[in-house]
Write a protein that binds this ligand. Structure first.
Ligand code: AHR
Length: 532
């Protein structure tokens, strides 16, 4: 009798275990394997951008009349927020601005600098902030400077002279001029882009792909003769308007500049003009598709290049963000241009972009959020204070933590299809099938640290997920950092932080699996350890 009862008990236990397994099988799954790697995450993907546009420079990072500024005119409160972003590389001075910018206007005694009509964004440019002011700020930030030369109305000679001014220690005229301006040591600016968005009809001095390539090649020649150590970035496609042919531009310039440049720059701005949350959330996947397309073009060009030992050309997403609200002729003009205010759904898209950069770490070696302060920016300042916008928080989490080797994650979760939709204003259309509700990237460091970054795109439901390690076991506890808010339209403001990073209760980790429930409309970074 005892044996029969025992057998029944074991049978019931096995049955219930089977039920549990079945429930577990319904969980979403993320599998990571430290042996399946994509590439090293380059810290330069946590870059940013300072353009002479609206209040990014004047009234943003630089405001000499403000009591909140230091002796150099830099806003101290803004700078503190900037530091939180751990900005690895900062692009300067434009953007569209650079295509009619003549750098000599912005050096030397301020009282002698000419005021100019700023034609890209319709402002008066005092030139009180220029090369040396930017370099002072960059040094304070601890960021790598990345300059763009004027390939619109500028000449190749002017580009050469700028490199001489910034990078040559002494001797020639412009190196000596820098010394006279109070900078005895060269700035040693390593990264230079050959113009900005030169495929765009809106660009001052816009060129076709062949003419751009010729001018860029000759500028590169003079710039490299001046300083052979510099890295050069070609202006890739930016014109995504229906009817344009961005990949043809990329193909031609890669073919023409394949032995000359180190990166091709790509730009992408998305938005939610039709207020369709799910369409909007899928936009990082389009950035990823474009990355793959350009990678293919690079691979093809590399088969015919004579680069010798040099690295292949990499992709620099040197402008990316959400920009669709401040996009009329009035809101793109003057001293208060592009002052987009962000909400939670925007922050989730930014986390999606960053995940996409990590998942393509083998080819995306630089990225710059556009821009740093006030102008489509994570930091928003007025005369008497500042606040951190929603998009600040995912960028901060990534930039402060997520480095190492990118892992090839497997994700099994529910999916959705989008409509055919415009990706943003001035953008092409897309239609995507099987968009996973969970958007995931993972990285691993030699010391065993692993970071798993997850956007739950679902607007209403938490997604309980098993995270499975296929090589090595999880150890100790996972720290959980979450960016979320009461609803997807939640915004921050002066004195009101509704969306921010919250540290949640740690998850116990032992063995090959941890289970976590990702709340609706959230971004989560899990930080833990894998022992081989
Ligand atoms: O970042 C704002 C503008 O967007 C830049 O000046 C230009 O390059 C792009 O079109």
């Amino acid at each position: 009798m005892r044996t029969i009862l025992y057998t029944i008990a074991v049978f019931i236990f096995l049955l219930s275990a089977g039920t549990t397994d079945k429930l577990t099988a319904q969980n979403a799954r993320i599998k990571i394997d430290i042996d399946r790697t994509i590439g090293e995450v380059n810290p330069l993907i946590y870059g940013n951008f300072v353009e002479h546009l609206g209040r990014c420079v004047y009234g943003g990072i630089y405001d000499p009349d403000s009591p909140l500024s230091d002796e150099n005119g830099f806003r101290k409160d803004v700078f503190e927020a900037v530091q939180g972003l751990n900005v690895s590389i900062t692009r300067y001075p434009g953007g569209n601005f650079v295509s009619n910018y003549h750098w000599k206007d912005g050096v030397g005694p301020k009282e002698d600098r000419p005021s100019r009509m700023e034609l890209a964004w319709n402002r008066l440019e005092s030139n009180h902030f220029g090369t040396n002011e930017f370099m002072d700020y960059a040094k304070m930030m601890g960021t790598e400077p990345y300059f763009a030369v004027n390939m619109g109305t500028g000449t190749i000679e002017e580009a050469q002279q700028w490199v001489e001014y910034t990078n040559v220690k002494e001797g020639p005229y412009y190196a000596e001029l820098r010394k006279q301006h109070g900078y005895p040591e060269p700035h040693n600016i390593k990264y230079w882009s050959l113009g900005n968005e030169m495929d765009g009809f809106w660009q001052m001095g816009h060129l076709n792909a062949e003419d751009y390539s010729k001018k860029a090649r000759e500028a590169a020649k003079l710039m490299r003769l001046t300083d052979p150590t510099i890295k050069l970035i070609a202006a890739g496609s930016s014109n995504m308007r229906p009817g344009s042919n961005p990949m043809e531009w990329n193909r031609v310039i890669l073919d023409e500049l394949k032995d000359v440049v180190d990166y091709i720059a790509l730009h992408m701005y998305v938005g939610n003009p039709d207020d369709n949350y799910y369409n909007f959330q899928s936009t990082p996947l389009v950035l990823e598709q474009r990355t793959h397309l350009v990678k293919g073009l690079i691979d093809e060009a590399m088969t015919r290049s004579n680069r010798g030992d040099r690295d292949p050309i990499y992709i620099a997403w040197d402008e990316y963000n959400i920009w669709y609200r401040w996009r009329s002729s009035e809101t793109m003009s003057g001293t208060r241009a592009l002052e987009e205010r962000y909400n939670l759904e925007d922050a989730l898209v930014i986390a999606g972009f960053l995940n996409a950069f990590i998942r393509n770490a083998d080819i995306v070696k630089m990225a710059n959020m556009a821009q740093l302060v006030n102008v489509i920016a994570p930091i928003f300042a007025e005369k008497d204070g500042m606040f951190k916008q929603t998009i600040y928080y995912p960028l901060q989490l990534f930039a402060q933590n997520v480095n190492g080797t990118s892992l090839d994650v497997f994700v099994d979760c529910d999916k959705y299809d989008t409509d055919r939709f415009f990706l943003g204003l001035g953008e092409s259309q897309a239609q995507l099938e099987d968009v996973p509700y969970l958007d995931v990237s993972a990285t691993y460091k030699e010391n065993g640290e692993v970071f798993i970054c997850v956007v739950n795109r679902h607007k209403d439901e938490a997604i309980t997920t098993d995270i499975i390690s296929q090589t090595g076991l999880f150890e100790g506890e996972f720290e959980v950092y979450e960016v979320n808010g009461p609803d997807v339209k939640a915004e921050n403001d002066f004195g009101k932080t509704t969306v921010e990073t919250v540290k949640k209760t740690n998850v116990k980790a032992g063995g090959a699996k941890i289970t976590h429930s990702f709340p609706a409309h959230s971004f989560t970074m899990l930080k833990g350890t894998i022992k081989k």
